[in-house]
Design a protein around this ligand. Sequence first.
Ligand SMILES: Nc1ncnc2c1ncn2[C@@H]1O[C@H](COP(=O)(O)OP(=O)(O)OP(=O)(O)O)[C@@H](O)[C@H]1O
Ligand SMILES: [Mg+2]
Length: 500
Amino acid sequence: MSAFIGIDLGTTFSSVATIDETGRPQIIPNDKGENLTPSCVVEEKGDKGTMRIGEFARRQWCNAPETAAARFKRDMGTSKKHTINGKEYTPTQLSAFVLKKLVQDAEKELGSIGEAVVTVPANFANEAREATMAAAKEAGLNVSYIINEPTAAALYYAFKSGEELGGVYAVYDLGGGTFDVSIIEINGHDVDVLASQGVVKLGGLDFDEIVHKLVREKYKDQTGNELEKGDFTLNDAEEEKRHLSEQKKVSVECAREIVDIKRAEFEEAISSLVTQTKMACEGAVKEAGIDFSDIKGVFLAGGSTRIPLVTETVKNVFKQEPIKTVNVDEVVSLGAVIYAAYKGDRTKLSPVQKQAIDKIEVTEQTSMYYGTIALGEDLERSKMKEMNSIIIQKGEKIPCSKTEPYYTVGDGQEGVHCRVTEARGAETDVRFAKIIWEGELKLPPDRPAGQEIKITFGFDVNQMMHCSFVDVATKRKTDIDISMTSSKDHADKIDPFLVE
Ligand SMILES: Nc1ncnc2c1ncn2[C@@H]1O[C@H](COP(=O)(O)OP(=O)(O)OP(=O)(O)O)[C@@H](O)[C@H]1O
Ligand SMILES: [Mg+2]
């Protein structure tokens, strides 16, 4: 029987989980017996092209960064490269190395792997999701789905809770690299995501740098000298940061000098970053159309929620004590494997596993309005003007697909200016709609106005958006997988189309 696995591909640490015979999700430790594997890659000595992943690579990255790669999740879906011993690697390739390592560890424990689910931050753009799927493929994984990290975390908490949960909950996920907050409706084992917000680059790594800076500054104040690089590394800073979650003060020994850092100083230094998470929580609650008082519980995920100021902030924002477990940095992969079993072939489950999984239901919905720009009647001035015409409503259940007809405006029109817009509200005013893609659909000459252009927008199960603009008469079309950073390289000369 091939097993299901769930993988949390983290910025700093990754983990893999499976479902045991009793139907419970369990972390599979790596070959060092650790539940978490650092997402760091180094080339094996003397063996060019063979990669070593984990704690050794993490240390190597700190001591000789040119020989190792880390933090590449932050660059997923971009063209940024990382170099190891002078050779360039894409973030996708590096992620594939990490995934491969996790799969090897899982295979040792489970034998053959069946379906796998990999998690991504809720605010990952399309191209970062695509890059994650590509990495999984490169690692030889049969990844059927990617799922948002906070959804996975909520799924785990809902599953773990002995009692049936019911109502609106929040998931506050602050890990090593990213921050996400999601507002989720849970009924028993049904998990329905109402809204998600986040900050793509905010997490433990930033806090490490802050500790590092505090130590360097104090060292200079005390000695008048700059601290040498090797005397206090970012990994050392990370360790001290962890201690500061337990202790009110740490005494750091560096270059024969003792530097004291108080928790209060650290918290003061990170307060503006923590405030950003608070604002995202307020935004998510507003977006979900609820009040803070409607939230029945707040689940914590991510290692950085162990920082007392963070827990305190969550408590103040939501006006309640958050719900946590000791393994806050494992809840994402534990939830991911529950999702893998839920989505996968359930005949592979034992009767007990099946019984547990059968109760689950997960739905995600769109968090924005998506549309196009078309000519419509300005009722006030009774003339035509460009308007944002919405095709996919906010709150539409994912997966979804919508098709709408539009018409050319001019006789002999040789092209249409295709645009995809995104808006927070149901805006017809183009000024409030952000254009996330634009391009041209070329049309044959000599046709009268009123030719139908069919526009289809959709989101697939992995929350990737696909759009197409089709000239109905000739079936010519532009197909696009929307990427949030795609360039707006098309001219404005082409005529728009008409809203029905
Ligand atoms: N006791 C602690 N106090 C403070 N920070 C901690 C503690 N334990 C872990 N962390 C931090 O949590 C982070 C790792 O958390 P986690 O594994 O959830 O993140 P990740 O999955 O790597 O990142 P992301 O989810 O953002 O991609 C690291 O920055 C680590 O230093
Ligand atoms: Mg994480």
